[in-house]
Design a binder for this molecule. Structure first.
Ligand SMILES: [Zn+2]
Length: 272
């Protein structure tokens, strides 16, 4: 069975090796050594140069001893900031950071789980099909490693990505795509008391745009929101500038495109 002490000590070892997005090199090298030790066939791609990282995606393959569909397990190697010189401590049965950095359990708890599970499989050799492990770079800054994966190296169709909070056993099977819309409306300033007809109000144009938008719950798969409407100015000046920020989410690619262009059209019409 799993050895709790070994899992904890591997996790502590992993989080102590800094791997902020773009600087995963040290951890990447350590993981390759550990995967080699497990007897996995390890290779790397060239995603780092495209993703702006000093490391690459790692692919590790473990032969099966029976003919079944290959299973893939994946995690990301990078962490958010501040993730340098992490000192993990154990307090009342919980692993925490000392307080001045993140802990890095996202995603090193997942990596630890995968490596320890595969180690157990190697030791006990139960019946299992081919297993592939894929460890990616720079997830936290826009899934840059995953976007530059070498699909020719991927051996199967079913992949578990161990990277979510919540109760053990929870599985996320889909997530929405997300578009952010940033709009800057330029008006024309004028003295509102003396010559308002010489001005063009950016606030009024922005308000016009928003009032024509279909927002919030669009359908069961699609949402849209305006979260920011900024226009700071004097009460006696026709507003020269406004900034509107919103977003659209949908589980359906066509719907997100349609809703996004609807918001853009509303903004353009009002600005015209
Ligand atoms: Zn994560």
């Amino acid at each position: 069975m799993f050895n709790k002490e070994k899992i904890v000590s591997r996790f502590m070892e992993y989080v102590k090796i800094s791997s902020e997005s773009g600087s995963e090199g040290d951890f990447h090298r350590k993981l390759i050594v550990d995967l080699d030790e497990l007897g996995a066939e390890v290779s790397v791609d060239e995603a780092g140069s495209k993703a702006g990282s000093d490391a690459n995606n790692i692919y590790a393959y473990l032969k099966g001893n029976m003919e079944t569909e290959p299973l893939i397990f994946s995690c990301h190697m990078d962490t958010v900031k501040p993730g340098k010189n992490i000192e993990p401590i154990i307090e009342e049965g919980l692993i925490k950071s000392k307080g001045d950095t993140i802990l890095g359990s996202d995603d090193k708890s997942g990596i630890t789980a995968i490596v320890e599970a595969v180690k157990l499989i190697k030791e006990q050799n139960p019946d299992h099909g081919p297993i592939q492990m894929i460890f990616t770079i720079s997830e936290e800054v826009g899934l840059r490693g995953a976007k530059n994966l070498d699909y020719d190296r991927i051996i199967g169709k079913r992949c578990y990505v161990i990277d979510s909070s919540g109760p053990v056993g929870k599985i996320i099977v889909q997530a929405p795509a997300h578009n952010k819309i940033v709009s800057e409306i330029t008006g024309k300033p004028a003295h509102a008391g003396i010559a308002p007809e010489k001005g063009i109000s950016a606030i009024m144009a922005g308000a016009d745009a928003i009032s024509t938008m279909n927002l919030l719950r669009i359908d069961e798969e699609t949402t849209a929101n305006i979260g920011t409407f900024e226009a700071v100015g004097a009460a006696n000046i026709v507003s020269p500038a406004a900034r509107i920020v919103g977003e659209v989410r949908s589980l359906d690619k066509d719907k997100i495109d349609l809703q996004t262009s609807h918001l853009v059209v509303c903004l353009r019409k009002a600005a015209d």
